[in-house]
Design a protein around this ligand. Structure first.
Ligand SMILES: CSCCC(=O)C(=O)COP(=O)(O)O
Ligand SMILES: [Zn+2]
Length: 223
């Protein structure tokens, strides 16, 4: 009886908390995308955070405060869907709650990317009062999953910034209700974009960045 109990205990102790091979693959993808986007100047001064879903219960995510231009595998950790660190004492991104919120809300979401480019930050401040940026007639709508034509109007939500993640998550919940979007802006802060995998999330992020930069240029010309 004692032996059986002991061996069951040992078995549980040896069970890994997550699939390490899957984690290593996710970490490699996060590292290459963060490096490329940091090189564009979209992640200054340690800003931004990236994650990839690892099944129903876990996500690989950047550790808080790291220089996103110089990440190595040791800078990527695993959290559960309530933002608790898994098998590590590291602290996840200060905005991990915004990532897991999207994974809980949308089962098809496989990756979440957050950057702080100047264009994203300026647009988010310009449109903070409106609560959205209205984008019209861009061919690049077709880079967004589910969009097949430029003949459309797309509202990118803008939520107020907050340091309290419960407050911020509640604002995002409200802004996303009944809306079909692959991203949102946080005022004075930056852009969140997501997709079924990291390549799709990156495409969505770049499409939003491009359309927001066109919008800013148009505003200058129309003055
Ligand atoms: C230095 S930028 C302020 C924090 C932030 O907005 C961000 O995106 C990075 O925070 P993290 O904890 O993920 O490093
Ligand atoms: Zn941020």
């Amino acid at each position: 009886m004692w032996t059986a109990t002991a061996s069951r205990y040992t078995l549980r102790m040896n069970t890994p908390a997550f699939d390490h091979t899957l984690y290593a693959g996710c970490a490699a993808q996060i590292i290459s995308h963060t490096r490329e986007l940091a090189a564009k100047g979209w992640m200054p001064a340690t800003a931004g955070n990236f994650s990839i879903r690892m099944g129903a219960e876990h996500a690989a995510i950047t550790i808080s405060g790291k220089d996103k231009a110089r990440l190595s595998e040791a800078d990527i950790m695993v959290v559960d869907m309530q933002n608790n660190p898994v098998a590590t004492h590291h602290r996840p991104s200060a905005e991990a709650a915004l990532h897991t919120h999207l994974y809980r809300l949308f089962p098809e979401v496989g990756a979440v990317l957050h950057t702080h480019s100047p264009t994203q930050t300026i647009s988010s401040l310009l449109y903070a009062r409106d609560g959205q940026v209205l984008l019209r007639d861009y061919e690049l709508f077709k880079a967004l999953r589910g969009h097949t034509t430029h003949e459309a109007e797309l509202a990118l939500p803008v939520v107020p910034n907050a340091q309290d993640m419960d407050v911020l998550t509640a604002s995002v919940d409200k802004a996303l209700a009944g809306r079909d979007t692959w991203g949102y802006l946080i005022a004075g802060h930056g852009l969140y974009a997501w997709g079924r995998d990291i390549n799709e999330a990156r495409r969505h992020l770049e499409a939003f960045e491009f359309m927001l930069s066109c919008d800013l240029e148009l505003r200058k010309l129309q003055r």
